[in-house]
Write a protein that binds this ligand. Sequence first.
Ligand SMILES: C[S@@+](CC[C@H](N)C(=O)[O-])C[C@H]1O[C@@H](n2cnc3c(N)ncnc32)[C@H](O)[C@@H]1O
Length: 248
Amino acid sequence: MTEVTDRFSKTSPDYAEHRWGYPPKMMEDLVGLCPDRSLALDCGTGTGQVPAMLSASFEKVIGIDQSAEQIQHAHQGENIEYRVNAAEDLRFLGDASVSIITVGTAFHWFRQDEFLREARRVLKPGGLLAIFGIRAPSLKDNRAALESLLKEQIFPHIPTATNPGVQKLATPAGFEEVQIPSEYSEVVLKTADEIAGWLRTTSAWPRIVETGGAEGIITDLKARLAKVSPAESKEVVSSAYIRAFRKQ
Ligand SMILES: C[S@@+](CC[C@H](N)C(=O)[O-])C[C@H]1O[C@@H](n2cnc3c(N)ncnc32)[C@H](O)[C@@H]1O
């Protein structure tokens, strides 16, 4: 694992504390597409945001991540197991053994052809592959307030994806797209410290720390939030995108 592909190991405690999960309705709809509920596999699990949301619906959930630090800080649950394991090498699983594979905000980091080959092998016939991702948070009543900070100070430090996207790759890899709304949103209440914590979970953060800009960004963020709303907890729009596929 190189510095380029490992943008999370240095910030795992923050990731565990501040990276919030996905809109519950999205997970509910996804589970509804999956009649077999024996085993869910979450690839690029981070600190277990997705297993935490799936564990009530599946007999067993396995979360894998290439970063030992992320796994070390992962959310625990009785029916959740974690492994330090690359998404592209699922040899620890037998053919046709998995009900659903989920990938939350991680597919862009994978060697995608290899991952899709392995995903297809381990999924049961008709098993689901769900690729989704979180969008940057915005304030419900003032979307512009965080937008320029993110655009100018965070996004430039995030590597741009150079891959064609899952929809182009999934059909040739033996999957058929399943209908599910492509976007979900929820409003969550977050304090300025929690929003600052979320910024520290982005893949940009290790670079920002290296350049000495971290403190300035947090001060700027808190000043913007205070200006927009005096309330301690702010209404934050948390959105996610998703595509789902069934093994053919
Ligand atoms: C942005 S985090 C997403 C974590 C979690 N799924 C979530 O939704 O918050 C991306 C995670 O993918 C992991 N990752 C990146 N490439 C990977 C690979 N090839 N195999 C397994 N994990 C990988 C990183 O270590 C990191 O923990």
